[in-house]
Design a protein around this ligand. Structure first.
Ligand SMILES: [Zn+2]
Length: 584
C-alpha cells in the first residue's frame, strides 16, 4: 500500500557481512550485550503495570528488542533468534483483553512516558513481524494495541500533543509505529489516525513540521528535545512514504539540513544544553563551549543514523551517507566500550579541553532510587546503531548495487529474482585510503554499480580493471556496463589531512583524515597541549592496547582515532578533540 517507492532499498537479511571496525563491534555487541540482557526483567513492568513514578521502564523492551532484531538481521545468529522469539512471546502474553500493552497503572495511562513506551513496544513487534515472523498473531496484537490507544487518545477524546513529556513530542512520536501498524494490518483507520497526529504538528507549542519546512532552526522547534523530535520526523517520513505527498518530504528534508548544518558536532553526534546532552541548542557553533552543558546523548546519535538512513533510501542523497559514516566511525564507535558490553550516555564534554568518557549507569536507580538491572536508554539503543551499518553499507536500486561504506565486506546483491552478484571489498578502510572491490557472478551481466564518492575526498582515483575513471566528490559514481566474473575496481580515496577551524572562531582546530576524526589521548601524551599540525600525518607502528591507530604530527606529537581516544572510560584517560595551535 506504500504510495511512494524508495530510491534505494535494503538488501535481504543476512546479505552483507562487515569485517572492519563496525562489523567487529557488532559481533561484540551481540555476544557481550544483547545475549546477556535479562529480557524477562524488561517484560516484568508490562506484566505488573506498576510504573507509578512517571518513569520510562516502558521504553527499554522495545529499544533492546529492536537492537536485537536488527543485529540478527545482519548475522542470523541462531541463539539471538531464540532469545528474540521467546521475549516477543513473553511481551505479547502481557496484553490484556482490552488490547492494552503498557507498564503504567490504568489511572496514569497516557501520562508522562506511557505513550512513548507503547511506541517502542509496537515498534519492536512491528520489526519482529517484518524481519522474523509475519504472523497473524503479531498482526492481531498490534491491531488491538493501537485500537486501545485510539480509545484513550484520539479524535473525540483528547489531543495527542496534550499527552506526556516534552510538550507532546514524546507522545506524538508514536506516529511511525502507527504507520507500521497500518501497513501490517491494512487498516485504513490507522492511516486516518496517523493523519490526525500529523495535523497536530508534534508539539503543543506549535507545529514543528510546518515550522521546519519554513526554515525554523531545530533548536527553536517545540522545546528542542532532540531525540523525541527526530523520532517525530522519522514518523513524518514514514507518513510521506504512505501518502506520497511531497510537502511532508520537503519538511523532513528541511529538518535534515537544519540538524546537519546547525546541530551535529564534528564527531557526528549532537545534543547539548542540559547535563546529559539531550537538546538541540546550536550545537555546531557551541561544540567548543565549556558552558554548553553535557554533550551528545548516544540515543541522539542512533536516532540521527536512523533518520539519515530514511533520507538516504527515500531520496538517494549521498550527503546522508557522508553524515552516517562520520557518526558510525566517530560518535557511535566512540560511545561503546571496546568490548561493546556498555555504552556512554553523555559523551566527552567539552570537546575543547581535556575530558573523559564514562559508561552509562542505571538510569532508573539514578532518577528514582530503584534499581532496574543497570538499564539506560543509550545502552538499550547503542547496539541498534551498530546494526544500522550493514543495512547501510550496500543498498540497491532497480539498476544494481549501491556501495555506501567501504570497510572490508562480503555482500550478495540480488539483480533479478534468480541472479545475484557477489561483492568483496578488501582493504583497511577507514584507516587506510585504498580499497578494492571484486565482483563474482556465474555469467556476464549488465547492470549499474554505484559508488559513493564522499564529499571530503577531493581527488578520488577509481580504476576499473586498471582503467582510470573520473569521480566527482559528493556524488554517486555510476558504472554501467556488462560485468564479468573477476572484474575489479580499485579506489584510492583522498586522505589528505584536513585542518578544520572551530565554527565559533575561537582559534582551536580539529583534524580529520578521511572519515576519521583524530584526537589527543592521555596515553599518548599531554592532553590539551597546543599542536602544530603540518600538512600530513605519519602512521605510527608502535601500538597501545585498545587504540586502533596512532598518528604522528609534523611537530612530533601523537594522536589517535577519536573512537579509541579515552576508551578506558575512566577519569584518568582523558581526550581532546578541538586543539589549541602554536602559531607558525
Ligand atoms: Zn539515551
Amino acid at each position: 500500500m506504500t504510495a511512494y517507492r524508495d530510491t534505494f532499498q535494503f538488501l535481504p537479511s543476512g546479505a552483507v557481512t562487515l569485517k572492519g571496525p563496525l562489523g567487529t563491534a557488532l559481533e561484540k555487541s551481540i555476544e557481550n550485550r544483547l545475549k546477556k540482557v535479562n529480557y524477562a526483567n524488561l517484560v516484568r513492568p508490562f506484566r505488573l503495570r506498576d510504573e507509578n513514578d512517571n518513569g520510562w521502564r516502558c521504553e527499554f523492551w522495545g529499544k533492546v528488542v529492536r537492537s536485537a532484531i536488527r543485529s540478527w538481521r545482519c548475522t542470523r545468529d541462531p541463539e539471538l533468534l531464540r532469545i528474540i522469539r521467546e521475549t516477543v512471546d513473553d511481551l505479547c502474553s502481557t496484553q490484556t483483553p482490552d488490547g492494552c500493552i503498557s507498564t503504567y497503572p490504568e489511572a496514569l495511562h497516557t501520562t508522562h512516558w506511557d505513550i512513548w513506551g507503547r511506541k517502542y513496544a509496537m515498534l519492536g513487534l512491528a520489526r519482529y513481524y517484518h524481519e522474523i515472523e509475519p504472523s497473524e498473531k503479531i498482526r492481531e496484537v498490534l491491531r488491538r494495541c493501537l485500537d486501545h490507544l485510539i480509545g484513550e487518545v484520539g479524535p473525540g477524546a483528547r489531543r495527542i500533543v496534550d499527552c506526556g513529556m516534552h510538550g507532546g513530542l514524546a507522545a506524538s512520536s508514536i506516529l511511525g509505529a502507527v504507520i507500521q501498524a497500518a501497513r501490517i494490518t491494512g487498516e485504513k483507520r490507522f492511516l486516518d489516525y496517523a493523519r490526525w497526529i500529523v495535523e497536530q504538528g508534534g508539539s503543543a507549542d506549535g507545529n514543528i513540521f510546518t515550522a521546519a519546512g519554513n526554515g525554523t532552526p531545530p533548536a527553536r522547534l517545540g522545546n528542542g528535545k532532540a531525540y523525541e523530535m527526530t523520532s517525530c520526523f522519522e514518523g513524518l517520513l514514514e507518513y510521506y512514504r504512505e501518502t506520497g505527498n511531497p510537502a511532508f518530504l520537503e519538511e523532513a528534508a528541511a529538518y535534515y539540513r537544519g540538524v546537519r548544518d546547525r546541530e551535529i558536532f564534528i564527531t557526528g553526534g549532537g545534543g547539548l544544553k542540559d547535563r546529559v546532552g539531550e537538546f538541540w541548542d546550536e550545537g555546531t557553533l557551541r561544540q567548543t563551549h565549556a558552558d554548553a552543558g553535557g554533550f551528545g546523548e548516544t540515543c541522539i546519535t542512533v536516532t540521527w543514523l536512523r533518520f539519515c538512513s530514511l533520507i538516504l533510501r527515500i531520496t538517494g542523497d549521498s550527503s546522508a551517507v557522508d553524515e552516517m559514516e562520520r557518526s558510525f566511525y566517530n560518535a557511535l564507535l566512540g560511545a561503546a566500550l571496546p568490548d561493546a558490553s556498555c555504552w556512554a550516555h553523555v559523551n566527552p564534554t567539552p570537546l575543547a579541553g581535556a575530558s573523559c568518557r564514562k559508561p552509562a549507569d542505571d538510569q532508573i536507580l539514578h532518577c528514582f532510587q530503584k534499581p532496574f538491572d543497570g538499564h539506560d536508554c543509550c545502552l538499550a539503543q547503542g547496539p541498534e546503531g551498530l546494526a544500522t551499518a550493514p543495512c547501510t553499507a550496500i543498498l540497491r536500486d532497480e539498476r544494481g548495487p549501491v556501495v555506501n561504506l567501504y570497510e572490508a565486506c562480503e555482500a550478495a546483491v540480488p539483480l533479478t529474482p534468480d541472479s545475484y552478484v557477489k561483492l568483496s571489498i578488501t582493504g583497511n578502510y577507514p584507516d587506510d585510503p585504498e580499497v578494492s572491490i571484486t565482483l563474482a557472478m556465474d555469467s556476464e551481466k549488465t547492470f549499474a554499480l554505484r559508488l559513493r564518492i564522499p564529499a571530503w575526498s577531493r581527488n578520488t582515483a577509481v580504476r576499473v580493471n586498471g582503467k582510470p575513471i573520473q569521480a566527482r566528490p559528493g556524488t554517486y559514481l555510476t558504472l554501467e556496463r556488462t560485468w564479468k566474473n573477476g572484474d575489479r575496481i580499485d579506489i584510492a580515496f583522498d586522505f589528505s589531512l584536513r585542518v578544520l577551524p572551530a565554527p565559533d572562531g575561537c582559534g582551536r582546530v580539529a583534524l580529520m583524515r578521511g572519515p576519521i576524526l583524530l584526537a589527543q589521548d592521555s596515553r599518548l601524551g599531554e592532553v590539551d597541549r597546543a599542536i602544530r599540525p603540518g600538512d600530513s600525518v605519519i602512521v605510527e607502528t608502535t601500538s597501545v592496547p585498545d587504540i586502533r591507530r596512532i598518528y604522528r604530527l609534523a611537530d612530533g606529537s601523537l594522536l589517535c582515532d577519536y573512537a579509541s581516544a579515552g576508551n578506558r572510560f575512566s577519569e584518568d584517560n582523558t581526550l581532546c578533540v578541538w586543539m589549541k595551535t602554536i602559531p607558525r
